[in-house]
Design a protein around this ligand. Structure first.
Ligand code: GLV
Length: 311
């Protein structure tokens, strides 16, 4: 009998082709639709591997439903806050995720959000489209420059590093905060360490790249925003759970901070009547950080390879 793999999303058949010869593959077949939880709990029974994505909650209930033969869970994501890793470890189930592949795409989108929020690109597109463009005007839709600004990066992992590299091309002064200073990177990246309070006080842009853990959950709260400059811009391409969204709304609507650009929210999708959508100085993207065709294909293919080699 071939080992069984459950794939929780419809993926490109050419990306999963290597699995068909040696494995019994059960793939959800509705495009862009989540496999409902009851189906997941049913179809996971007896599988040896699960290939999931970040909307699947891989918890104790699901692992119980799968059974003892489950030996590996692969997620097409770099983050794994949707997976109970302690439970996997206790059951000796291997976790495979995406390593390295998406850093450049997410860093590109982070820079895009910085420029969008500082130069008011979304507002400008709406203004042109809605007929508000009467004449060239010296002070209309003026924003702030990324060039020569001070950018504070919170979390100097691989994505934070990729962001820092790009910022050197903009002549930015890049400062960072992480659990401990990383002197080995400071010279090569041209960045310098600050404690969190100093970073917030000095930065024109604050971008957060921490993993979501119980320690980092809602770390961007009202106290955090109150330490930022009134002219500063907040960027989040990590996880929505890092932010207290009510505090972000208050900071943006009161002028405590200048603008925000976020690719991640709680929940996802964010309901269209959410107050953050009513703010001109808040740009919200639908979690597309890694969504380039090349990156998404490579993410799937790398996890497919890892699962196959594990099994
Ligand atoms: C995306 O957010 C990921 O974790 O890959």
């Amino acid at each position: 009998m071939k080992p069984k793999i459950l794939i929780t999303r419809k993926l490109k058949s050419e990306s999963i082709a290597p699995l068909y010869e040696n494995f019994d593959v059960d793939m959800w077949n509705l495009e862009d639709e989540v496999m409902p939880r009851d189906q997941l709990l049913d179809r996971v029974k007896g599988v040896n591997a699960i290939l999931c994505i970040l909307t699947d909650n891989i918890d104790r209930e699901l692992l119980d439903a799968a059974g003892d033969q489950l030996s590996v869970v692969g997620t097409v994501s770099v983050g794994f806050d949707h997976i109970d890793t302690a439970e996997l470890e206790a059951r000796n189930i291997k976790l495979e995720s995406v390593v390295g592949i998406l850093n450049e795409s997410v860093a590109d989108l982070t820079i895009a959000l910085m420029i969008n929020s500082s130069r008011r690109i979304s507002e400008s597109i709406d203004a042109a489209r809605n007929g508000e463009w009467s004449t060239w005007s010296p002070y209309w839709l003026t924003g702030r420059d990324l060039s020569q600004s001070t950018v504070g990066i919170i979390g100097l992992g691989a994505i934070g590093e990729a962001v820092a590299k790009r910022l050197s091309g903009f002549g930015c002064n890049v400062i960072y905060n992480s659990r401990s200073p990383k002197p080995e990177l400071e010279q090569s990246l041209g960045v310098s360490y600050r404690n969190l309070d100093d970073l917030l006080a000095e930065s024109d842009f604050v971008t957060i790249h921490n993993a979501l853990t119980p320690e980092t959950e809602k770390m961007c709260n009202s106290e955090f925003f109150s330490k930022m400059k009134n002219t500063a811009i907040f960027i989040n391409t990590g996880r929505g759970g890092l932010v207290d969204q009510e505090a972000l709304y208050d900071a943006l609507s009161s002028g405590q901070i200048y603008a925000a650009g976020i690719d991640v929210t709680t929940p996802e999708p964010l309901p269209t009547n959410h107050p953050l959508f009513s703010l001109k100085n808040c740009t919200i993207l639908p979690h597309i950080g890694s969504a380039s065709i090349r990156t998404r294909d490579e993410m799937v293919e790398s996890v497919v390879r890892k699962l196959a080699s594990h099994l």
